[in-house]
Each structure stands twice: as structure tokens, then as C-alpha cells.
Ligand binder design. Structure first.
Ligand code: NCD
Length: 317
């Protein structure tokens, strides 16, 4: 594996192996000194052309725990603001000696394009509405450990609720969850579904669709809430946020109808009072902070798979 651009590029076996390697990274993260020399001498550069807190710091932490050198490049303080092209930016930094670029970009396909301009490995940390593969891996890992499903998700029912249309997380999660064997139901108002799904009839997503959260709730093993992405909506897709919240928000009444074992997940950042009306700290099934913790371990597994050389995970840094 040279790049991680999309979940669609991974076979179920490759997803399972990454999740197994993540177990090992979790064990490293529990040590008193959570650091190994596996990627010593490797240079991992984050290029984030879109705002991010958790994904950028998560990759940075992951690279440091494997002893890689890291560099963060924030567009707000870069020559991109002087009119430099994406290609010139990448080629300039690559010329300093880079082993992997972690890329977030508002345009779908930008990470794929960058693979043509450098020999470094490319990790997609979110491109437009398209893909966010490490999010799908950390979500899969959280379900795997949270519901004790090491062998796969056969028989699990996962509902993904909310702004599916603009969500790279939903696209990646659907691919990962179904590859592992789960049944996925998308729950959203028609205006927040991708047009191919909203217009009734044939679509090629391997999912069920419902407009009615209350009907789906009692049957799910995982309730995955998405953020309403107001910054990506260029027209009025919702009558109002209050109305969205009344139909699709997780309030105490809805939370009480979940099965006792069900997990509640969210990729963050959360809109409290919109999709998340209850305080998640009061939900027994909330796995939201586990997702964040697992994100570091999953990204360690990804970076090690792309840049490591087999046997050097042992030892202390
Ligand atoms: C998501 C993203 O940026 O794609 N957040 C994240 O990576 N944790 C989801 C979102 O912004 O709603």
C-alpha cells in the first residue's frame, strides 16, 4: 500500500488487517511512554487547506508516537495566499524531503491529483464531499471494540443520520461498514440525501433509506449522527435548524428508545442543540470520545503501513 485515498481502494481483508494493527497501536498508547521508534527519520507533512482541529492534531500525535518528524502547514500563513498553485506548493515542500503528505482539501480528488506530483505517500484526511478514509477506519474500530465484533459486522444495523449529501464521512463509512458486513440505513430529509438517492428509484449505494428517525431508532446497534454542514449549503435545504432538530435531533426522549447496548457516535465537531440535543456525557452508549482516542491509534496503523518496514514496531523510542 503506497497511498490511502479512499475506503473503496481497500478490500475487506485489508480493512481487517488495519484494524488488527490498530489493536497493537492501542497497546503502545497505553504504555507509560507511548512512543516507538518505528518511523524514526521519516518526515510526515500535514497540508490542511480546510479548517480542522481533531484530524490534524490526531495525525500529528500519531506520527510523533511512531517517532516520525512532523511538519504542519496551515494555509492561512502560507504562500498559497500569495497566489501559489497547489502543484507548486506541493512540489516545493516535497523538495525538502517528505515521506508522506497528509492532505485535507475542499476539492474532491485533490489528494489523488497530488500523487502525480510527488513520490511521497499521500493520505487523504478529507477531500470535499468525497472521502475521509481514516475517519471510517476509526469509526469501524470503535464499533469493533465497543460492540465486541472482532470478526466483522454481520447482523449489525447501523443508522447514519443527517446531512448525508455533503458528508465525506457518510460516503466513507457506508463503504467501510458494509464491507465489514453491516446493514446501513441512511436517515435524513430528502433535501439532505444525495440526489441519486433522494429521487426515489435506482441508486447504487448498498443501503436502506428512511426519512423517519423515530421508526428506525429502536432497531439500531449504532446511531451515527452527522454534523449539519452549514458551510457547505449554498441554498436553503432546511426550513430551519429548529425544525431539523425536532425531526432528527437526538434528544432525551429519543435516546431513551435506543437499545441498551446501542452506541451513539459523531465525527465531531458537534452542533449542540441541533443534531445533538442531549448532553452526550449523559448517554451511557456514547462512544464519541472513544472515536477521538481511537483516531490516534488508527492513524498510527495507517502511517506505519505506508511508511514502516515490517519488523521495527518493537522497542522503545
Ligand atoms: C468531519 C470532516 O471534517 O469531514 N470532521 C472530522 O474530520 N472529524 C465531519 C464534519 O466536519 O462534519
Amino acid at each position: 500500500m503506497k497511498h490511502l485515498l479512499s475506503i473503496a481502494d481497500l478490500s475487506p481483508t485489508e480493512i481487517h488487517s488495519l484494524l488488527e494493527l490498530t489493536d497493537h497501536m492501542v497497546e503502545i498508547n497505553h504504555r507509560p511512554i507511548p512512543k516507538v521508534p518505528a518511523l524514526r527519520g521519516k518526515n510526515v507533512v500535514s497540508l490542511f487547506f480546510e479548517d480542522s482541529t481533531r484530524t490534524r492534531t490526531s495525525f500529528d500525535t500519531a506520527a510523533k508516537r511512531l517517532s516520525a518528524d512532523t511538519m504542519n502547514f496551515a494555509v492561512s500563513s502560507s504562500s498559497v495566499n500569495k497566489g501559489e498553485s497547489l502543484r507548486d506548493t506541493v512540489e516545493t515542500i516535497a523538495a525538502m524531503g517528505v515521506d508522506a503528505f497528509v492532505i485535507r482539501h475542499k476539492s474532491s480528488g485533490a489528494p489523488q491529483m497530488i500523487t502525480r506530483w510527488t513520490n511521497a505517500s499521500i493520505v487523504n484526511a478529507g477531500d470535499g464531499w468525497h472521502q475521509h478514509p481514516t475517519q471510517a477506519l476509526l469509526d469501524s474500530y470503535t464499533i469493533r471494540t465497543g460492540l465486541n465484533r472482532r470478526d466483522g459486522f454481520d447482523g449489525l444495523h447501523i443508522a447514519i443520520v443527517g446531512d448525508i449529501k455533503h458528508s465525506r464521512v457518510a460516503r466513507s463509512d457506508v463503504q467501510a461498514f458494509t464491507a465489514l458486513g453491516a446493514r446501513v440505513t441512511l436517515v435524513a430529509p430528502p433535501t439532505l440525501l444525495p440526489p441519486s438517492i433522494a429521487l426515489l428509484g435506482g441508486h447504487d449505494w448498498p443501503v436502506d433509506v428512511s426519512y423517519d428517525l423515530d421508526a428506525v431508532l429502536p432497531d439500531v446497534d449504532v446511531l451515527y449522527l452527522l454534523r449539519v454542514q452549514r458551510e457547505r449549503m449554498d441554498d436553503a435545504l432546511l426550513p430551519s435548524l429548529e425544525e431539523y432538530s425536532a425531526m432528527y435531533g437526538l434528544d432525551a426522549r429519543r435516546a431513551a428508545r435506543l437499545a441498551p447496548h446501542a452506541l451513539v457516535m459523531h465525527p465531531g465537531p458537534m452542533n449542540r442543540g441541533v443534531e445533538m440535543v442531549v448532553d452526550p456525557a449523559e448517554l451511557p452508549g456514547s462512544a464519541i470520545l472513544n472515536q477521538v482516542t481511537n483516531g490516534v491509534a488508527v492513524r498510527m496503523a495507517v502511517l506505519f503501513t505506508l511508511l514502516g518496514s515490517g519488523s521495527d514496531l518493537r522497542g522503545d523510542a
